[in-house]
Write a protein that binds this ligand. Sequence first.
Ligand SMILES: Nc1ncnc2c1ncn2[C@@H]1O[C@H](COP(=O)(O)OP(=O)(O)O)[C@@H](O)[C@H]1O
Ligand SMILES: [Mg+2]
Length: 283
Amino acid sequence: MNTDTFVLVEVNNVWKLYGKFVANENISMNIEEGEIVALLGPNGAGKTTLVKQLYGELNPNKGEIRVLGSKPTDRGIKKHMGVVPQECEPYGDLTVWDNIYYMARIKGVDKERAKERTKELLEQLELSDKGKTLGRDLSGGLKRRLLISMALVNDPKLIILDEPTTGLDPQARREVWDILLKLKKEGKSILLTTHYLEEAERLANRIYFIYRKIIVEGTPNEVKDKFANWYEVIDYSTGNVYRVKGEDEVKRIIQQLNGKFEVRAPSLEDVYLEVIKSVQGVH
Ligand SMILES: Nc1ncnc2c1ncn2[C@@H]1O[C@H](COP(=O)(O)OP(=O)(O)O)[C@@H](O)[C@H]1O
Ligand SMILES: [Mg+2]
């Protein structure tokens, strides 16, 4: 990563408790300008709890969060952030156009600019032919697109999306991915939470695997290397599977096999399973 990158979000040793229950334990992470960062973890891992603190809806019990140098609860910082919370819905009784327009007005955009911005966003997110459709009549995928456009009304530097594709069909999921990659190309910084490995691998420059605390972090490849530094040699003649460390060991085993075999490198899914196994019993 080049040295003049700018750190947009800094999380230092954050703890969040609900009563005595520790939801986030000593979390440190950062988001640099222009990157997509994925908070990856299973249900209940503490992803929503953490992102709510990033957009100022919850306060840490301990530790510190800085967004563009300010506290997330500082009003001034909100105009640089666009948020799509988990389980958020557009207004069902408003049209797609009005949902975007009124969100812009709420965020303090003046009337003329709000109209322009609504038109721009409808085009950008390919919703122009849905302008008059009511929020409640949209498919799940279109609702998500509308919510993303509503998060963009103030042209934020940082976009936070809590499980942006959960519940979407594969086609709609890919459409959301394309939108996020396009936004990244435009220079936006994005934090998303997901429990889909494929999503983190496709989109993210860096992954933080969270399970109450950060278990492992790095690029998708680094995460794989750190948590699954093994190969599987599958001997098709006997059906035996050997899990071995290091390429030399792989070669040694292969030399002993005759007939058909396959060498399989770990997928991110294997990493996921290994991580879950390693932290079971944590709660
Ligand atoms: N308001 C709350 N009060 C008590 N416990 C909560 C509250 N919100 C979340 N939790 C618990 O904290 C843990 C983390 O939840 P959450 O941050 O929503 O995880 P995720 O988004 O990764 O699914 C879960 O065990 C959840 O039940
Ligand atoms: Mg959640």
